[in-house]
Write a protein that binds this ligand. Structure first.
Ligand code: HEM
Length: 151
């Protein structure tokens, strides 16, 4: 059961960050200010209400699973987790909330785009760390194997 919880929560958290990132880039490039404001609002609600519990469930279930596991992969995953959590709590959440407020008020000034840039960088960093944790997790569970001479 903890493995299934970890699998679902880990994939959900990673896909949520990926959705935030891709929808932000697309709407900033091609959307109107109204469309940007809509995406910003959706990122906060329901976005953050999906992201925060799924990251917490991933970390909690991961540390629970790691009690019975040893080795380099699990140690590396453990080391990445504080960066993922801190990046989420201290950078992504405040950025999402401020960007939503400013976009709703129609304030698209230099500060908005500066914070938007910071959010995208933090999102890309978390996506990379979470992607690496998914890869290492799948290796540990035996679902992700490199098959020699597979062609
Ligand atoms: C956002 C962070 C993380 C993501 C996205 C993630 C994702 C995954 C995924 C997709 C699996 C494969 C599960 C399966 O095939 O059923 C897995 C397995 C695993 N993860 Fe994570 N993980 C994360 C953080 C952690 C942390 C912090 C730990 C604790 C150190 C951890 C420990 C494990 C262990 C021990 C397994 C192997 C489970 C088994 O088959 O016995 N993970 N992880």
């Amino acid at each position: 059961m903890p493995t299934q919880v970890h699998f679902v929560a880990g994939l959900l958290a990673t896909l949520t960050i990926a959705t935030f990132f891709i929808s932000t880039v697309i709407v900033e490039l091609f959307g109107s200010h109204e469309a940007v404001a809509t995406v910003k609002a959706l990122i906060v609600m329901p976005g953050l209400f999906i992201l925060v519990p799924s990251i917490a469930a991933t970390g909690g279930s991961g540390f629970h699973l790691s009690k019975s596991r040893q080795g380099r992969l699990v140690e590396t995953k453990k080391k990445r987790m504080p960066f993922i959590a801190a990046n989420g709590l201290l950078v992504l959440i405040p950025c999402a909330i401020f960007l939503d407020r400013w976009a709703a008020a129609g304030t698209f000034d230099t500060t908005f785009y500066l914070v938007q840039g910071i959010e995208l960088l933090a999102g890309a960093a978390n996506l990379t760390l979470m992607g690496l944790n998914v890869r290492d997790g799948l290796k540990m569970s035996g679902r992700f194997r490199v098959v020699p001479n597979a062609r």
